[in-house]
Design a protein around this ligand. Structure first.
Ligand code: NDP
Ligand code: 13P
Length: 328
């Protein structure tokens, strides 16, 4: 199959960064942004100041407001917007083509993963998931990043990985699409928790303990949902959990910092916080954990914090008082 041209759907930070990676690797790339002002700015000034500040974008990136078919389609809108963005694309343009899903979240209401949404909206598309430790600012600036690109084992992911690779973006091919999708969504929930621990001044020992227990919880959820725990040892699991749980460069971590300092979810949202996918994903993850009968106290704790039913002091005391058990 020819894998030369790329269309990236989503004119935000991540879509622009992925378009930049494709362009600097010499691939013809079109970036689809729904905001005409952003389309115009990218085409004329070669910047996307709203989402990437003054960073210079590759002049070869062509921005459009309407979908342009390509050999590879990359979806890079927020997880809750993927269904709507796909609805604007004729499914025939996606049929039998690789569609790379990059949003890290689970859909409210349906509880669906991104590939399930794609399956409903464009059943003949060939779904892949790209995830891992990769801030848009780093990818766009050409700093070295490595990610997991997962198919379902039925298709040749290595060929697609080669078609997406560039000097600063190194995709590793994998087959556990479910594991990668769940890991990417859950790390945002745990990043909220880790930010809250720092915001409440509970110390880095607590944060590291939380990360390790989050990893164990993630493994229980992933395996219950049909993914592999081994996937979590890689970039999309340990790699992204480590990145997002340790720095305020993560929007989820920053949202958690504010929660830990005592601000409510509503106050933080009203203050114009950047996209924090974990906020919408946390209740979905709790529902899925219940459906798959998985013990997920940390997902539950994040939901308590987000809804404001308990203070962080109370929540942490509850976690510390859980019955002692063997580590697993
Ligand atoms: N930023 C990052 O470092 C990374 C982000 N991701 C993931 O990528 C996804 C997108 O994040 P990111 O780009 O950072 O988010 P941003 O908030 O930077 O950008 C979101 C973009 O999506 C557009 N959009 C929103 N709703 C729709 C819609 N219904 N139809 C079409 N376009 C829409 C927005 O348009 P408008 O400007 O008009 O509102 C905006 O261009 C998230 O799931 C995130 O977890 C993954 C790895 C890294
Ligand atoms: O997923 C990311 C880095 O891998 C980006 O994290 P945030 O969405 O929390 O900023």
């Amino acid at each position: 199959m020819r894998l030369e041209t790329v269309t990236v759907v989503g004119g935000g930070a991540w879509g622009s960064a992925l378009a930049q990676a494709a362009a600097t690797a010499g691939r013809p790339v079109t970036l689809i942004a729904r905001d005409e002002k952003i389309v115009d700015e990218i085409n004329t000034r070669h910047t996307n100041t709203r989402y990437l500040g003054g960073l210079a974008l590759d002049v070869r990136i062509v921005a459009e407001s309407l979908f342009v078919p390509a050999d590879i389609v990359v979806m890079a809108v927020p997880a809750q917007a993927t269904r709507q963005a796909l609805a604007a694309i004729d499914p025939e343009f996606l049929a039998r083509r690789p569609v790379v899903l990059t949003a890290k979240g689970l859909e409210t209401g349906t509880l669906e993963r991104q590939s399930e949404i794609l399956g409903a909206m464009a059943p003949l598309a060939v779904p892949y998931v790209l995830s891992g430790p990769s801030f848009a600012a780093d990818v766009a600036a050409g700093r070295p990043t490595a990610v997991t690109l997962a198919g379902d084992g039925a298709s040749d992911t290595s060929e697609l990985a080669a078609a997406l690779a560039g000097p600063s973006l190194r995709p590793y091919a994998a087959d556990d699409r479910v594991g990668v999708e769940i890991a990417g969504a859950l790390k945002n929930v745990y990043a909220l928790a880790c930010g809250a621990v720092e915001g409440a001044g509970l110390g880095f020992s607590a944060r590291s303990a939380l990360m390790a227990r989050a990893y164990a919880e993630m493994a229980r959820i992933v395996t219950a949902m049909g993914g592999s725990a081994t996937t979590l040892t890689g970039l999309a699991g340990l790699g992204d959990l480590t990145l997002s749980c340790t720095t305020p460069q993560s929007r989820n971590y920053t949202f958690g910092l504010a929660l830990g300092r005592g601000e409510s979810t509503q106050e933080i949202l009203a203050g114009g916080a950047g996209l924090a996918e974990g906020v919408a994903t946390a209740p979905v993850a709790a529902e899925l954990a219940e459906r798959f009968e998985v013990d997920a106290p940390l997902v539950a704790a994040v939901n308590q914090l987000l809804t404001g039913v308990a203070s962080i002091t109370h929540i942490v005391a509850g976690l510390m008082a859980r019955p002692l058990k063997r580590e697993s």
